[in-house]
Design a protein around this ligand. Structure first.
Ligand code: UGA
Length: 442
């Protein structure tokens, strides 16, 4: 077991999940962020993200004192041998990743380190970043005229929001990319508690590890865009996309996961990473045209949902539409790049009046939709949302929507359109209740 402190720079989604889970399996963790308010609220036991299972672990590691929160990066560099960077890499205008935060961490490390350090990138960074960090640290050491040893490694994360704790504790694989045997051994040691559960390590060069992350996300996005287009075809030829996906997925080479059609993928990863991969390829005069097509297909899918509603309802001008679900998927409060951010404004532009409810996502959604404030009523549950609505549209597959009493909703609705864009209902039973039902691809 690794017995020195480790530092994690960044208390965003990845940094917090990683920090808390690592502290929970016995490592001493120093979690650093420049945001003083955030750090003081973490110290007081408040966790800024909603993630199932995380709060329990957080309370436990705070009690055990195995995690420390600080804004003092120099303290972290002094006290930790291994430093994970989990800082944000927001997209630039051209969709390349803005690496300023990552570079700043490297400069700090080069400026303040006094003995061996292993710097590990956890943030999703373009291929070549590991090498760049190495030279930034070396430049800082040169300026100081010292020559402390250090290594750089890439250790991409594959956490899904809503399942991050489980994904961390039981990952499909742990990818470690480094040129240094010492670095690889240290990281293996850190992840040893996971390996006891037979988690395979994938040891690679640093560039391969960096690309594994982008290629994996882009591939998953491709699967979704593919099944969405197959679903659209199903609608035209009378097939059921669930039957098709099941039949395809049973082929072990294809696999059944990520073949669920919907209103388009969203979130902080797929939209950004697919675009960044395309940008990386272009930088070296290559094209990943499949991924370019996936991005376009995903944008079309969102608008297609609105067109479908308009087709079925005749017009949406003046209609009251109850939108259920705003987050990009269930079990999160995250609305980043969620289909709702495109679909709701488009409905409003076409004249609809929106009522909406989401169990966790309203505050985040509302912040991004200020300009449409007058056209949106935020409700406290699905039944209030359905009241006087002409149509109800499901954009997120929350469990509470699966279980709702749609018979009761029908009584309070003005008209009876149900647009189930996550396919959570059985079309036949909904139609039998007298609704005009539309799903995706069946
Ligand atoms: C994704 C990856 O799944 C993680 O492995 C990765 O670590 C993470 O990005 C990241 O790069 O940090 P996440 O964005 O949390 O995780 O969400 P997913 O569960 O992958 O879903 C992404 C989007 O695809 C959601 O909008 C979801 O509704 C949609 N989706 C997913 C579908 O429409 N159909 C599916 O079959 C699966």
């Amino acid at each position: 077991m690794y017995n020195k402190a480790i530092a994690i720079i960044g208390t965003g989604y990845v940094g917090l999940v990683q920090g808390i889970c690592m502290a929970d399996f016995g490592l001493k963790v120093i979690n650093v962020d420049t945001d003083e308010e955030k750090i003081s609220s973490l110290k007081n036991g408040h966790i800024p993200i909603y993630e199932p299972g995380l709060k329990e672990k957080f309370d436990r590691v705070l009690r055990k004192n195995s995690i420390e929160f600080t804004t003092d990066i120099v303290y972290a560099i002094d006290n930790a041998e291994v430093i994970f960077t989990a800082v944000g890499t927001p997209p630039n205008k051209d969709w390349t990743a803005d690496l300023e935060n990552v570079y700043a961490v490297a400069r700090n490390i080069g400026t303040y380190m006094d003995d061996y350090k292993l710097v590990v990138t956890k943030s999703t960074v373009p291929v070549g970043t590991g090498k760049r960090l190495k030279s930034i640290i070396q430049e800082e050491l040169n300026k100081r005229n010292v020559n402390h040893p250090f290594d750089v490694a890439s250790n991409p994360e594959f956490l899904r929001e809503g399942k991050a704790v489980q994904d961390f504790m039981v990952p499909d694989r742990v990818v470690i990319g480094s040129e240094s045997q010492k670095a690889i051994e240290i990281l293996k040691n850190i992840y040893r508690p996971l390996n006891l559960n037979q988690v395979p390590f994938v040891i690679t060069g640093i560039e391969s590890a960096e690309l594994i992350k982008y290629a994996s996300n882009a591939f998953l996005a491709t699967k979704i865009a593919f099944i969405n287009e197959v679903a659209n075809l199903c609608e035209k030829i009378g097939a059921d996309v669930h039957e098709v996906a099941k039949g395809m997925g049973m082929d072990g080479r294809i696999g059944s996961k990520f073949l669920h059609p919907g209103p388009g993928y969203g979130g902080s990863c797929f939209p950004k990473d697919t675009r960044a991969l395309v940008a990386t390829a272009r930088e070296v005069n290559e094209r990943i045209s499949i991924v370019e097509a996936v991005i376009e297909s995903n944008e079309n899918q969102k608008i297609r949902m609105v067109n479908k509603m308009e087709d079925k309802m005749g017009t949406i001008r003046g209609k009251i539409i109850g939108v259920l679900g705003l987050t990009f998927k269930a079990e999160t409060d995250d609305v980043r790049d969620a289909p709702s951010l495109v679909i709701v404004p488009e409905l409003i532009k076409r004249g609809a009046i929106i009522k909406t409810y989401d169990p966790e996502g309203i505050p985040n959604f509302r912040r991004q939709m200020r300009e449409f404030e007058r056209n949106i009523t935020y409700c406290y549950d699905q039944y209030e949302t359905a009241k006087n609505a002409d149509a109800v549209v499901i954009l997120t597959e929350w469990n509470e929507f699966r279980q709702m009493d749609i018979r009761a909703m029908k009584k309070v609705m003005n008209d009876s359109f149900v647009f189930d864009f996550r396919n959570i209902f059985n079309p036949k039973s909904v139609r039998e209740l007298g609704f005009t039902y539309e799903g995706v691809g069946r």
